[in-house]
Design a protein around this ligand. Sequence first.
Ligand code: GDP
Ligand code: MN
Length: 378
Amino acid sequence: MIVPEDFAKNVLAGYGLPVPRGRPAETTAEVAQVAQELGGQCVVKALIPTGGRGKAGGVKLCRSVEQARQAADELLGNQLLGHTVNRVLVEEIIPLAGEMYAGVVANTATDKIDLVLSLAGGVDIENTAQNDQHSVYLLSLQPGDLLPVHRVRRWLGENKIDPGLLPELARTLVALYRAAADLDAILLEINPLAIGQDGRLILLDAKLEVDDNALSRHPELNNMFVASLSPRELRARKLGVSYVPLDGDIGVITSGAGLGMATLDLLQQRGLAPANFLDTGGGISEEMVKGAVELILEPPHIKGAIINLYGGINRMLEAAKGIIAALENIPGDRPLVVKILGNQQEEAWELLEPMPNVHVVRQVQTETAVDLLAQLLS
Ligand code: GDP
Ligand code: MN
């Protein structure tokens, strides 16, 4: 889950980290109100879950309440970088002396937590990192390691960081590392970690991505996550299946994420575009499969679907009953290719084969099922 910037900054402020004064707003009038409170001069930033807003015109420096109003009008309700801007963050302007980058990254390639520091931060960080490797410093830590301030100070000292900056920078990095660990962050990125003209550090931006699997440990984040789900995603959640909507028109249900990814790849290879990823995981029941089939087949733009299940412990007769129950509620003549193997496969095949529009594949290979669907749709 990508945590909105305003929420992330509030949490980080709780770790004693300095963030600009300000708050989010949803209407032009509210923006003007906050701008007024800040004395007129302010930054108005689009609150969308992506970076690169600065370059795309999503961060506006305003010199007056009137300019803040204008910025709000330009941003609110409009599209930016593929997102609709429903909220903006209105903050005090910080006069800058420099911009650094600080990140805490769960590195899945090395199973380490990487603390990353670049002395040249800001909107061009990607180019800086590519062109000048020496300006980027990396400290790799074992997950769960404590990070004492003296260790960070030594690390910064070895990398010839300005001694004037060193104590505050070390404290800041330690707090960021702790916050990232507490929050189960996959990524915590501060860019810019700004040096104000008063010489103090301040977090001008915060990108926080929390591991979805850890959300149950963070009730407030979990509530925010649930509130952000579409009705369809909510239904999938209630059914207990993993569901990701995609752009295509072929419904997909699989048991197991690996089988799911393989099925999506094969569909793409045959020129078919998946409308979703849906993995039942274990614990298949008639009710779950019924709900899942309804979920993927309901949208009228769906041309057909593939159900690719393997039953070890899961009983496939339950799955077959679920498919039939769902088809009773969903009219239409779109082809449904069903490949069911494993526990109770024969019983499942016998139940499904008489169904109109259901095409049972008894072969082992997913290719066979995908080819059949492609042929039925051509
Ligand atoms: P991003 O482009 O999506 O990462 O958005 P940021 O919040 O990082 O803003 C982009 C850039 O706007 C920053 O790198 C700063 O250069 C600038 N910026 C943002 N807030 C302030 C501010 O309060 N004062 C000043 N001077 N510049 C700011
Ligand atoms: Mn940024």
